[in-house]
Ligand binder design. Structure first.
Ligand code: MN
Ligand code: MN
Length: 462
C-alpha cells in the first residue's frame, strides 16, 4: 500500500467534491428545486402538516384507532393539524421494532399576543410574543407576512394569509435609525438591542375619516380584518397568528449551490424525511414518520414530543396488530432529523473546527447535543452509530461528525432525548445550516439531497 492509499484508508474525509465526482449534481438540483417550492409555501407548522399529507399521496389514509392493518398500508395521525405521525406497515411483526424518522416543523417566528391590536400616535400596531430562540434585532426592518388560523365566535375557522404574494401588502417591526440609536441602544447588550416588548408589528397608518373613535387607525386595521374575514378583537384571542419573513426562498451563491430561506430548521429535514418515507415502499420494518411541533420551545405540549404522542400511537397499533409497546419501542431505531450549525469562518471562534460540519460536505451527524458537559441530551451508543455509519458508507452517502460549537460556548437540543426516553436507539442526523434561527437561513443543496438518500436507506436497512 502506498502512503497515499494508507492515508485514505486511515483518515476520515469530508469531501465537497463528492457530488461532482459521482455524477449526482443533476439529482441534487432537481431535489432542491422541489424543496424550494415546499419551503416557500409551507411557513407554519400547520402548513407543513398539510403539505406533508399531500406528499404522502392518495394511498395514505387517516389512522383508525383499533383497526388491524396489513403490510403496505400507509396511515397517518394528524395531531390537531400541528404535528403528524405517519406509519407504513412493513413485513416484519411490530415486535421487531420500527424505523422512525422524527423531525420538527415549527420554526422561530413572531406570534401575536392575546390582545394584540393597538394604536399609538397615529400608527396601528400588532403586539407580538416571539416563539423560539431568536436574535430579536434580526426580526426588525424586514418584510413580514401574517399567517393565521382564527376561530370566530360561531366556531367557524378562518385562514388568513397576508403578505406572501409578490406585490401584496406586508408588515414589519420598526427599528430606530442609527442617527438616534446611540443613546437608546448603545449600551444595550445583543440580547437587548431590541427587547421583547419592542417587537411591535406596524400594520396601518391612515385613520378612518368618518368615525369619532379614539383609535381611528386601529379602526382601519380592524375594519379590514372584519370586512375581509369577519374577524373581531375577541376572535383574535381565539387564534393562532404567526408573523414570518415574507421573502421567497432563493438560490444562493454564484454557483447556486446553496438555498437561502426562512424556516429551514428543521423543515429541510422534515421535507427530506417525508419524501423518503413516501418513496420507500415495501419496507421490511414498519416505518414511522414523525413531524413534531413545539421543538423550538422545548417540545412541551400535546403536539410536541415531550408527550405521550408516539407512545400512545404505538400502543394502539399493538392492540390491533399484535405486539407489545415496550418491546416495539425498545427495538426501534430512530433518526432524529434536525439541522446542525454549519461552520462559519466569519465566526470561527464559536466552533471547534475539527468537530464542525461544513456546508455541502454531506449530512451532519451528532452523537449527542446538549451543553456544558453533555448535560440535557441523550447519546447514541457506539454500536448504533456504527450501524448508521455502515448504512451511509455502504451507500456512498457523504457524512460528517460534529458537535454544536465549542464545549462551553453554548449548546442546544433536539427531539432525540424524548425518543431515547421511549427506549429506542436514536441519533441526530441532518443538514448543516448557516445563520440558524435567523429570518434567512442557508443550507447546501448537496447536503439536502444526501439527507434524503440517507433517510431512504435507513428506512430500508436491515
Ligand atoms: Mn431544529
Ligand atoms: Mn431550532
Amino acid at each position: 500500500m502506498s502512503n497515499k492509499e494508507l492515508e485514505a484508508a486511515m483518515f476520515h474525509n469530508t469531501d465537497s467534491l463528492y457530488f461532482k465526482k459521482n455524477d449526482k449534481v443533476k439529482e441534487a438540483r432537481d431535489f432542491a428545486s422541489d424543496y424550494i417550492k415546499f419551503i416557500g409555501s409551507a411557513k407554519t407548522e400547520r402548513e407543513v402538516v398539510e403539505y406533508a399529507i399531500g406528499i404522502l399521496g392518495e394511498n395514505a389514509a387517516p389512522y383508525e384507532y383499533g383497526k388491524k392493518y396489513s403490510t403496505g398500508d400507509v396511515v397517518y395521525v394528524n395531531n390537531r393539524n400541528k404535528s403528524l405521525v405517519a406509519v407504513r406497515f412493513g413485513r416484519k411483526p411490530l415486535n421487531e421494532g420500527l424505523r422512525i424518522i422524527a423531525s420538527h416543523v415549527d420554526s422561530p417566528r413572531l406570534d401575536t399576543k392575546p390582545n394584540p391590536v393597538y394604536e399609538d400616535n397615529g400608527l396601528a400596531f400588532i403586539k407580538s410574543h416571539y416563539y423560539g430562540g431568536i436574535k430579536k434585532y434580526q426580526w426588525t426592518a424586514i418584510p413580514l407576512a401574517m399567517h393565521g388560523t382564527v376561530i370566530l365566535r360561531d366556531g367557524s375557522k378562518v385562514k388568513v394569509t397576508i403578505g406572501e404574494a409578490e406585490d401584496e401588502k406586508c408588515f414589519c417591526v420598526t427599528d430606530i435609525l442609527p442617527h438616534l440609536a446611540y443613546k437608546l441602544q448603545g449600551d444595550r447588550k445583543e440580547a437587548e438591542v431590541i427587547k421583547g416588548e419592542e417587537l411591535n408589528i406596524l400594520a396601518a397608518s391612515i385613520p378612518e375619516q368618518d368615525t369619532e373613535y379614539k383609535d381611528p387607525v386601529k379602526y382601519t386595521l380592524m375594519k379590514y380584518l372584519y370586512e375581509n374575514y369577519g374577524i373581531t378583537e375577541d376572535d383574535l384571542i381565539t387564534s393562532e397568528i404567526e408573523f414570518v419573513p415574507a421573502f421567497r426562498p432563493r438560490y444562493l451563491g454564484i454557483d447556486e449551490s446553496m438555498i437561502g430561506a426562512y424556516g429551514q430548521d428543521a423543515r429541510v429535514c422534515a421535507y427530506a424525511a417525508t419524501v423518503a418515507f413516501a418513496e420507500t415502499e415495501d419496507p421490511e420494518y414498519t416505518s414511522m414518520l414523525v413531524l413534531a411541533d413545539r421543538e423550538e420551545i422545548g417540545s412541551q405540549g400535546n403536539t410536541g414530543l415531550d408527550s405521550n404522542m408516539i407512545a400512545n400511537i404505538v400502543a394502539d397499533m399493538c392492540r390491533a396488530n399484535g405486539g407489545y409497546p415496550d418491546i416495539v419501542l425498545n427495538r426501534s431505531k430512530c433518526f432524529s432529523s434536525d439541522v446542525s450549525a454549519a461552520f462559519d469562518p466569519t465566526f470561527s471562534s464559536a466552533y471547534e473546527v475539527r468537530n464542525a460540519s461544513k456546508i455541502n460536505c454531506g449530512v451532519s451527524i451528532e452523537k449527542y447535543t446538549g451543553a456544558r458537559g453533555k448535560s440535557g441530551t441523550s447519546e447514541a451508543t457506539a454500536e448504533y452509530y456504527a450501524w448508521v455509519r455502515s448504512i451511509l458508507d455502504g451507500n456512498n452517502i457523504p457524512w460528517q461528525a460534529d458537535e454544536l460549537g465549542k464545549i462551553d460556548e453554548g449548546g442546544g437540543g433536539t427531539v432525540a432525548k424524548f425518543i431515547a426516553a421511549l427506549g429506542a436507539d436514536v441519533i441526530d442526523i441532518g443538514a448543516p445550516v448557516l445563520s440558524m434561527h435567523a429570518p434567512f437561513e442557508v443550507t447546501g443543496i448537496f447536503d439536502i439531497y444526501a439527507l434524503h438518500e440517507a433517510d431512504k436507506e435507513f428506512l430500508k436497512a436491515e
